[in-house]
Design a protein around this ligand. Structure first.
Ligand code: SF4
Length: 114
């Protein structure tokens, strides 16, 4: 049975970024402009579910994450994982989507890393 950890959870309904996917997670194969990070971090700074969002995001391997989660880029999430001694055991987001789509996972460039 496929367990998808990436499916929406309750707190996502209250997210400040709800409906703003392109502002938070621009297509890494298309979007090269890093300026979105400032807007995304601004949105996160006013989000009522920033805490649960961070706890969620740091459970995933960051190697294929992109965009901004809980006001943090991929590299900032990595730093947070190291600081807390967290070694993610969940499948990567890319692997989960690949499983859902019925294809092998592919690596995508992370424009959110800075
Ligand atoms: S903290 Fe940022 S990424 Fe997380 S739910 Fe809120 S707005 Fe979205």
């Amino acid at each position: 049975m496929l367990v998808c950890y990436y499916l929406p959870v309750e707190w996502m309904d209250r997210a400040a970024c709800k409906g703003r996917t392109k502002d938070m997670f621009p297509d890494p194969t298309v979007e090269k402009d890093q300026m979105y990070v400032y807007l995304a971090k601004s949105i996160c700074s006013k989000c009522p579910v920033k805490g649960p969002c961070l706890e969620y995001a740091i459970q995933f391997p960051t190697n294929d994450m992109h965009g901004v989660w809980a006001g943090k880029t991929r590299r900032e999430l990595q730093t947070e994982q190291r600081r807390r001694g967290i070694k993610p055991t969940r499948p990567s987001i890319a692997a989960q989507w690949a499983t859902i789509a019925g294809r092998a996972p592919s690596r995508r460039k992370d424009p959110g890393g800075s």
